[in-house]
Design a protein around this ligand. Structure first.
Ligand code: NAD
Ligand code: IPM
Ligand code: MN
Length: 358
């Protein structure tokens, strides 16, 4: 579908599993907020996902991709993943395809404790767990380079290559420092496995040492990814900004989610500053929860707040975050957080708090 206005259209792709349920709840909240603040946004829904792929063989049509790229302000994605498509062929085009082809090199994943009851760590308060992960999002082991030799034989060789470019590494490290500077954060921790991956991650080490010199007010730190996993649990208060490669960022962001209440609360943005960006919760399609009105919509609602902030709707974004925090404090939440609300009722609670001027 081609668009009339140029920069405030939002393409909603609910996707698979719990995606449609959390997307419905979230867009209701975003529309409510838009009405209240008079935001010039328009949501257009797209049915790309496993169902369409299985039925029509269509993943992300080129025309739709070009339309998003040229006419849209953002894409808002629920989740992808369906047991009937075990190789995630559709996600390769839709999710990874947009990350790569829109050059969304920053995957920003905040880890923020909103309520002390929701961390499994002993005696931790919200001020102890408040950092962001900058995950490189366009290369590394996700580049899709490699192949199989003698496939399905006893001598099979299977290779995935770890692609690290000077440009790719430098821009994500710089983005992490810029974020720290802009937000008054004092510490940036870069994480790799340069002790083993001496070529690719050696590049990360060298670039990190160069870029940190431009930010003398920020304390740089380096941790290998294995020890970072331990330190995130042992001493989360020691982190403000973590920057790492694509695969480690994927794994560590799920660990981060576990520190603050689980995947039902974890937001993420796939961002290229100034260009159309893609916003999706960290979680997947959670097939066992699908169709039961049981999934937590707050991860996608917080993701929507991140999208609004990215579009310049800062007041509305802050208000949505406050409403989510209040809903959590009032225990108007789904079962994963100890409440008894369904997906839509939880979203409705957030919408009511916004209407009431939280
Ligand atoms: P998942 O994130 O779907 O689920 C992991 C666990 O978290 C499950 O116990 C699930 O019930 C729980 N969970 C996730 N989201 C929740 C929510 N909103 N509320 C309450 N609980 C929630 O990960 P998985 O099971 O490994 O993957 C399922 C499918 O999703 C796979 O096909 C996978 O490839 C895909 N996936 C997609 C994305 C994405 O679209 N961005 C991300 C991760 C996984
Ligand atoms: C995520 C997901 C994706 C990833 C999958 C579904 C391709 O786990 O967004 O964290 O590995 O990046
Ligand atoms: Mn993941």
């Amino acid at each position: 579908m081609s668009a009339v206005s140029t920069n405030r259209l939002i393409a909603v792709i609910p996707g698979d599993g719990i995606g449609p349920e959390v997307a419905r709840a979230s867009v209701r909240v975003l529309e409510q907020s838009a009405t209240k603040h008079g935001l010039p946004v328009d949501f257009h829904w797209y049915d790309f996902g496993a169902e369409k792929y299985l039925r029509e063989g269509v993943t992300l049509p080129e025309a739709a991709f070009q339309d998003f790229k040229q006419n849209y302000a953002a894409v808002f994605l629920g989740a992808l993943g369906d047991p009937r498509v075990p190789d995630m062929a559709h996600a390769k085009d839709i999710l990874l395809g947009m990350r790569f082809r829109l050059d969304l090199f920053i995957n920003l994943r905040p880890v923020q404790l909103l309520h002390p009851a929701h961390t499994p760590l002993k005696d931790r308060k919200p001020e102890d767990i408040d950092f962001v992960i900058f995950r490189e999002n366009t290369e590394g082991l996700y580049a899709g380079m490699g192949g199989n030799f003698k496939k399905d034989t006893a001598e099979e060789i299977a290779i995935n290559e770890d692609v690290n470019t000077r440009l790719g590494v430098e821009r994500i490290i710089r983005a992490a420092f810029e974020y720290a500077r802009k937000n008054g954060k004092k510490r940036v921790c870069m994480s790799d496995k340069a002790n083993v991956l001496t070529y690719g991650h050696g590049l990360w080490q060298r670039v990190f040492k160069l870029v940190q010199q431009e930010y003398p007010e920020i304390t740089p730190r380096h941790l290998y990814a294995d020890v970072l996993a331990m330190e995130m649990v042992r001493a989360p208060q020691d982190f403000d900004v973590i920057v790492t490669c694509n695969l480690f960022g994927d794994i560590l962001s799920d660990l981060g989610a576990a520190l603050v209440g689980g995947l039902g609360l974890a937001a993420s943005g796939n961002i290229h500053p100034g260009k159309v960006s893609l916003f999706e919760p960290v979680h997947g399609s959670a097939p066992p929860l699908a169709g039961k009105d049981a999934a937590n919509p707050l991860a996608m609602i917080l993701t929507g707040a991140m999208m609004y902030e990215n579009l310049g709707f800062t007041d509305a974004a802050r208000e949505i975050e406050r409403a989510v925090r209040t809903a959590i404090h009032q225990n108007r939440v789904t079962r994963d957080l100890g409440g008894d609300l369904g997906t839509q009722a939880c979203g409705q609670a957030v919408a009511e708090l916004i209407a009431a001027g939280v």
